[in-house]
Design a binder for this molecule. Structure first.
Ligand SMILES: NC(=O)C1=CN([C@@H]2O[C@H](COP(=O)(O)OP(=O)(O)OC[C@H]3O[C@@H](n4cnc5c(N)ncnc54)[C@H](O)[C@@H]3O)[C@@H](O)[C@H]2O)C=CC1
Ligand SMILES: O=C(O)C(=O)Cc1ccc(O)cc1
Length: 298
């Protein structure tokens, strides 16, 4: 699915978790002129006040009953570990016409929470994952262009109506995104490999070096290659704890595969096998450059 129509204006948008993703979604829809009022709901009143001061949201509440009154569209953009509690709290107040989507980096656990608590509304709850973000978090990091030309993967439920899927796709497309569809299982397998494993490795490497007696000396000599490899270790610890735990089976499979690759590299070093090492590096460079040229054309 790539072609989607411009959606009707959302009178009342509710954003649960007004951080980088929730805030950017609100700003992107404002930019598109597609939103009346934006109401934030969250865990920390101080962050919601900050989001309002920045003009990301028009107002906020800590009460779902108030937030969902007359809501046309809800984005769930809190850490995925909060999904079950959030779905349970919103369920009694969700109106029949309200559309719901989410931004969670993992999909099977989000969907489990929807089935557990939102059974009467599943026709209008369309799970999604924007493949756009950064290591920064909070409403201060939000910006309207975040989703421009980035993919958003929808993992629709069997219960979703075609009209609800189309409308949610159109709203994400109005944020600038390109829409893709996957099953939740395929989604979680793919992102274990290309997102969750790299984050785990970056956190692990920095943690290992930071724990050494000579860590200050090591960091003082680290250059841009180290910065590039470890940028994502600056990401939000709670968010990544939740993602790694929610997708731990697929992540463990990827980690085992990678440990096999490391064992092979180790064997090449032990064997002083220059030709094999160079051949492996050449294959990796070729694959990496082909991907980068396509994903980020200059
Ligand atoms: N950061 C990224 O690059 C991307 C993140 N995501 C997903 O989007 C979601 C949000 O991520 P970010 O915006 O980066 O995080 P963030 O840390 O910038 O914002 C999350 C917000 O959720 C709030 N929150 C926490 N618990 C809550 C609860 N129980 N109820 C309501 N609000 C609550 C926090 O106070 C915070 O304001 C996560 O599920 C993450 O997996 C998806 C794509 C990219
Ligand atoms: O910081 C980066 O480059 C990222 O990889 C951002 C990101 C984080 C989580 C997602 O689910 C999707 C994208």
């Amino acid at each position: 699915m790539t072609q989607v129509e411009r959606p009707a204006v959302i009178g009342r948008l509710v954003v649960c978790g007004v951080g980088l993703i929730g805030g950017s979604f609100a700003l992107a829809l404002r930019r598109a002129g597609l939103v009346g009022e934006v109401i934030g709901i969250g865990r920390s009143e101080a962050s919601l006040q900050r989001a309002q001061a920045l003009g990301v949201i028009d107002g906020y509440t800590m009460a779902w009953a108030e937030a969902l009154k007359g809501a046309d569209f809800v984005l769930l953009a809190m850490p995925v570990g909060q999904a079950d509690a959030v779905a349970a709290r919103m369920a009694p107040h969700l109106e029949a016409h309200t559309l719901v989507t989410d931004a969670g980096s993992t999909k099977r656990d989000m969907i489990e929470a929807f089935y557990a608590h939102l059974g009467d509304h599943l026709d209008r709850v369309v799970p999604a994952h924007p493949i756009a973000g950064a290591e920064r978090s909070g409403a201060d990091a939000a910006f309207a262009e975040l989703f421009d030309d980035r993919k958003v993967v929808l993992t629709p439920l069997a219960e979703n109506t075609p009209a609800a899927i189309e409308r949610v796709a159109a709203v994400w497309a109005a944020c600038g995104a390109q829409i893709r569809r996957m099953s939740p299982q395929e989604h979680d397998r793919v992102f274990a490999a290309v997102s969750h494993l790299p984050h785990l490795l970056a956190f692990g490497l920095v943690h290992d070096l930071a724990g050494r007696a000579n860590s200050e000396e090591l960091f003082s000599y680290a250059a841009s290659g180290f910065r590039d490899f470890t940028r994502i270790a600056g990401s939000h610890p709670e968010m990544w704890r939740d993602i790694c735990l929610a997708n731990r089976h697929a992540l463990l499979a990827e980690l085992d595969q990678y440990l096999g690759e490391l064992a092979y590299l180790r064997a090449l070093l032990i064997g002083n096998d220059g030709p094999a090492l160079e051949a492996l590096f050449a294959e990796a460079r070729e694959a990496r450059n082909r991907w980068a040229d396509k994903a980020f054309p200059s």
